[in-house]
Design a protein around this ligand. Sequence first.
Ligand SMILES: [Zn+2]
Length: 317
Amino acid sequence: MIIIPKKVYLTVVAAAVRFANTRIPKDDWLEVSGIFTGRNEGDYVIITEAYPIMHQELDKNAVIDQYKWSDEDYESLYIIDDKAFSRDPPEFVVGWWHSHPGFKIMMSYIDIQTTLSYQQNNPLAISLVFNPTRLIRQIEVADKKGDPDKQLKNDPGFKIFRLDNVNHGTEASYHTIDYRIDGYESMEQLITLTQKFIVDVTNFFPKDNIPKTYNKFISERINRFDSLILGTEEYLTTLAHRGEKTRIPEVLENQSQEIRKFVAETSVKIKSIKEFMDYLEYKEKEMIVPQIESILHKWDETVSGLDKKLKQLSKKF
Ligand SMILES: [Zn+2]
């Protein structure tokens, strides 16, 4: 039995969907891969974290599973494994995961080779294969072209595998392993929430230009915020000039509500941005996270004086 916390599951989903979603032409969908850390307890594998490591390079002629880890990717693995070991109780890499975007969940020859390298170090190591399309459409693609697709129910979009016998090397056969995903009331709830999550990732967690995307978003929000404040002031000035001062408290109240609603909506989006930072590839984080923090700081600074600004307007009129 494999225990998977919600956050671990969402990490795999987000990393995979970021490189294979409806905003990207299907021919350009890329496989992603990463590792799990955690510990073994008896036959149980308790996963505590998932780390996205890399995505495949775009190569239209590539067959499946042409994921090649760079030296930097292996470096990430060693750092993560080291850090896991310093936890209490000590943890380690308990397996790996990758995506099969839009195609069947199974283990290719290359996947078996990769899984072998993990299981040789840790016999309980696992291999998780995730296909976002399977989760979205709740179908398993037919083995042979022309055969009907198999309808699924409450399927989280992945299977977990382990090799039967590592002594058989790359000839080893494999089996599926049971799992439990913690953090949901039911599988129905998991499917519904995750399908919504996939829409958010598709719309707001791009594969490239992350700082540029979020900088544009925040700049637009700051401009809108400033113009809401300015608009309110102009509105109140007009009322004062027209001699309709009695309407000012009501208008100010309505304008304040509108501004607060806008700030609250922006906070929801910012919460997503912060969450998505956890789903970046390990090697991206060092570069991207500080940039995003400084972008978000600009928004915090903009709205931090809101109450004061509204009070000033109220006094002025
Ligand atoms: Zn594969």
